[in-house]
Design a protein around this ligand. Structure first.
Ligand SMILES: [Zn+2]
Length: 127
């Protein structure tokens, strides 16, 4: 399936969900006039906050959670975005995404950089 077909299929899926009053993102029933459930609206707001220059993309993940709450909270507190932190550390935004949302642990060198950038002990740097 090409990227285009995929995007088109997603658009049609969202349209069908909207008509059935289901969340356009996860497919759960929605109350009121919203097109997305509370959890998805919260997610999109949060995602947009952390990725201000990127469009909020519908990720294929059906559920989401913040795995690294400490890193997430620090980014919000410091008003730092995921791309900004990624640039400071010298990794891709997708890597930082994985640290925050999927709980993956960066290699020692990057753990040290993150701690230094945020001036906090986000990651354990003991060997
Ligand atoms: Zn939803």
């Amino acid at each position: 399936m090409s990227k285009y077909d995929n995007a088109k299929a997603m658009r049609e899926l969202r349209k069908r969900r909207k008509m059935k009053k289901l969340c356009t993102r996860c497919g759960k029933p929605v109350e009121g006039e919203h097109v997305q459930c509370n959890a998805c609206r919260e997610y999109c707001k949060m995602y947009a906050l952390l990725h201000p220059k990127e469009k909020v993309i519908i990720r294929s993940l059906k559920t989401w959670e913040v795995k690294n709450k400490k890193l997430y909270r620090l980014l919000l507190e410091r008003k730092m975005t995921i791309p900004q932190l990624a640039q400071m550390v010298g990794v891709s935004s997708r890597s930082v995404d994985r640290w925050v949302f999927e709980g993956s642990i960066p290699k020692l060198e990057n753990r040290e950089k993150v701690n230094a950038c945020l001036n906090a002990e986000v990651f354990d740097v003991e060997a």
